[in-house]
Structures are given as structure tokens and as C-alpha cells.
Ligand binder design. Structure first.
Ligand code: GLU
Ligand code: ZN
Length: 304
């Protein structure tokens, strides 16, 4: 029984990532759960220099974890095994759609834009051969999609309550051979006994897909707690261009890691030296934290 934080090592963590990590850690520790760290390093933009920097920044703001850090690149054998088993069960089919084709096809009626309409699900052998031939000229193979038998699934989030969202025939393995985020996240969470998943609420809409796959693979459904994002004053997801947002940037303006932790706790309505037992999911603000990162350049005196 444990929680986890699963950063993508594609850059330094910013204050929004650190806030989500602190919440994931505090909710797990408060509930007496273990807490695991997982590097989602399958992303092409991952860079080894960020692994240790991210881990050092997490430790600096007070997050601790149990056991070794899990690197997804060390799990390809396991993902392949489950992929083969799904294929064996007849649950995967090849998709020959290019990015451009996907962008131009309309989603099925009553499905949100961007969801896959099932174009390649019932092709003839000749159509499949033509699809493979087309892709071979582009130096790629087909993607593999999950043949789902629902279009929507309801799940429960501790903050959002009952949430019903799209389950389309989502990608399990991409045309370049890489396993998809939804697939590897479900396998890792399932294999490592993750019983509580805390992450930013922009991922809530992909959770019904993950729950669907989890059930197919026989894993237990964990508790979900999707927490509000940190946004800039224009309401957009916080990003590096918004000003001083990483610990390294903030250090230049006099912020210690301890000050940053205090700022994050204050955004949660908590005392600067709060303990995990003080961090109650239901009592935290439900709206995004609007942060004007440029003002942090004035230094930690803004903490008051
Ligand atoms: N790697 C994802 C991120 O950094 C998190 C995925 C997850 O928690 O399931 O946004
Ligand atoms: Zn297709």
C-alpha cells in the first residue's frame, strides 16, 4: 500500500510540480502509506542530467521516499510481456493513421474532439497490408490500440467525486515502438501496489482510460486524488517562461528550498512548518493556485 510521485525528467521541476509532489507525499504519509518515486523516462525529451536534479530538488523541499527510484527504461521487458499478453487475448489492433490523418478525422458522434473514432479497427487484411506499406515508406510501423468495449467509464476521485470520462481505443504502443504513458503508468502502478494516486487535475480526463485497462489486467483500482494546477495570472498552466519557477531560479533571488516549501504550504492555507498530518485533501483549496512568478523575484520577504 503506497503512494507515488512520477515526474517526467524533461527539465527541472517547477514550483507547480513541487507542490503536487509535496501533496502526494503528505497525503501518503498522513495515511501511513509507503511512498515511491518513479522516473517517467520513456519520454524522448528525457535527459539523464535531470534525474538527479529533480530528485535533489524533491529532497530539498522535504519529500522523502522508500526504496530505490524506479526508472521506466528498466521495465521494457515487463511492458513487452504484458503487451504480448494483451495481443494474445485479441485486445490490440494495428492503427495505420498518421498524425495528420488523426488531426483531420472527426471523432465519433458524442465523443470529445481528439478521441479516436476506431478507423482501423475493422479493416480487411488487404487494407491492413496497404496500411503497413504506407507506413514503411515513413520508416515506422503501425501503432497498437486497445479494442475497448465501452465509450465512457465512471470512476471516483476523492476531490472531484464521481467522474465519468471517455474511453476510446487509446494507443498502447506507438508507431515508433514506444509504449504509451497510459499503458506504462497502469502497469507500474499495478505491479508496485500503488494504492493512492495523487497528480495534477489535468490528468483526470485520462484516468477513465487507465481504470479500464487496470480492470482488464486484473489490478486493483487505487484511490485517486487529482489536485489543482498552478497557473499564471492569465490562467495558463505554469511554465518556465513565467519567471522564477525552479529552485535554481528562485535561489538567485534569495529563496532557500525551505522558503519555497513555506510558500507552497501557505498556498494550501497551512503554516510554513506544517506536517503531513496537517495536509487534509478535503481541506485544501479546490481552485488552481494563481501564481505571479515574476513577483517572486522580490525575494522571500513576500512570505511576510
Ligand atoms: N509524469 C507525469 C507528469 O509529470 C505524471 C503522470 C502520473 O502521475 O500519472 O505530469
Ligand atoms: Zn487508425
Amino acid at each position: 500500500m503506497s503512494g507515488r510521485y512520477a515526474p517526467s525528467p524533461t527539465g527541472d521541476l517547477h514550483i507547480g510540480n513541487l507542490r503536487t509532489a509535496i501533496l502526494a507525499w503528505a497525503f501518503a504519509r498522513r495515511a501511513g502509506l509507503g511512498f515511491h518515486m518513479r522516473m517517467e523516462d520513456l519520454d524522448d525529451r528525457s535527459h539523464p542530467e535531470y534525474y538527479d536534479r529533480q530528485l535533489a530538488d524533491l529532497a530539498a523541499v522535504g519529500v522523502d521516499w522508500d526504496g530505490e527510484v524506479l526508472y521506466q527504461t528498466s521495465r521494457i521487458g515487463r511492458y513487452t510481456e504484458i503487451f504480448d499478453a494483451l495481443r494474445e487475448r485479441g485486445l490490440l489492433y494495428e492503427c495505420y493513421c498518421t498524425r495528420r490523418e488523426l488531426a483531420s478525422v472527426a471523432s465519433a458522434p458524442h465523443q470529445p474532439p481528439g478521441s479516436y473514432p476506431g478507423t482501423c479497427r475493422y479493416l480487411t487484411e488487404a487494407e491492413c497490408a496497404a496500411g503497413r506499406e504506407k507506413l514503411s515508406h515513413m520508416n515506422r510501423g503501425p501503432a497498437f490500440r486497445l479494442a475497448t468495449d465501452v465509450s465512457e467509464l465512471a470512476m471516483v476521485d476523492r476531490l472531484a467525486g464521481e467522474y465519468s470520462g471517455t474511453v476510446d481505443d487509446f494507443v498502447i504502443r506507438r508507431g515508433d515502438g514506444a509504449f504509451s504513458y497510459n499503458f506504462v503508468a497502469v502497469v507500474d502502478d499495478g505491479d508496485f501496489g500503488i494504492s493512492q494516486i495523487v497528480r495534477a487535475d489535468d490528468l483526470l480526463s485520462s484516468t477513465p482510460r487507465q481504470v479500464y485497462l487496470q480492470k482488464l489486467l486484473g489490478y486493483d483500482t487505487p484511490e485517486y486524488i487529482h489536485v489543482p494546477l498552478v497557473v499564471n495570472p492569465a490562467g495558463q498552466r505554469l511554465a518556465k517562461r513565467d519567471g522564477a519557477v525552479t529552485l535554481t531560479d528562485l535561489a538567485k533571488y534569495g529563496w532557500s528550498a525551505h522558503d519555497v516549501r513555506a510558500l507552497i504550504f501557505s498556498s494550501l492555507g497551512l503554516a510554513p512548518d506544517a506536517e503531513p498530518s496537517d495536509v487534509v485533501p478535503e481541506e485544501m483549496p479546490r481552485e488552481p493556485w494563481v501564481l505571479d512568478a515574476a513577483t517572486l523575484e522580490a525575494g522571500p520577504s513576500v512570505l511576510g
